[in-house]
Design a protein around this ligand. Sequence first.
Ligand code: URA
Length: 218
Amino acid sequence: MAASDPTPEGLTIVTHPLVQHRLTRLRDRTTAPAQFRAELRAISMLLGAAALADLPLRVGAIETPVAGMLAPVLDGLPLVIAPVLRAGLGMADGIVDLMPEASVAHLGMHRDPTTLDAVEYYFNAPKDLAGRLVVLVDPMLATGHSAVAALDRLKGSGARNLRFVCLLAARPGVLAVRAAHPDVPIWAAGLDADLNDHGYIVPGLGDAGDRIFGTGHA
Ligand code: URA
């Protein structure tokens, strides 16, 4: 399967030039953790803006220094941003920058190195997920195991309206998430064709958590 194959249904690739430029900086192995964190925060804001482009508005009355007017304001409850620990933390701040009143849920999951299955070790989310838009964030959509498990967990806790924002998707992961959760649309900066035997996206950008937190081995 080639990266040039059609984009899977339900996945939106954000093609804005600033997103594509920043993705290249993130892929580049010479980008050090401090720069990687800054780039990831900035690209996450751009991806979040794309994923939230249809948020509902209502009209409110305000006074400018010159005159009264009716002006649009966001309608409904603030959204919930749900990063998958630990790499999702690198994206969450960029989306919180967009909407500071958002709540942040935390999902701790690690990959079993043999089966690549997601194993949960922590979960903390607001009680009122049912009435709120929940945005799952995790930079690397690889096998899809942790995203499927995270979406299962959020739905099991009441979430009904979910979106998934990642940085880089691999085709098998997109297909797995869409098969398990066809109601959850996905946004990404790029789509790579495949995974290697260790479940890493190829060409990808390596281990996102290690690159964010500077824990990789040279
Ligand atoms: N997680 C990562 O950090 N990188 C990959 O390529 C796949 C999963």
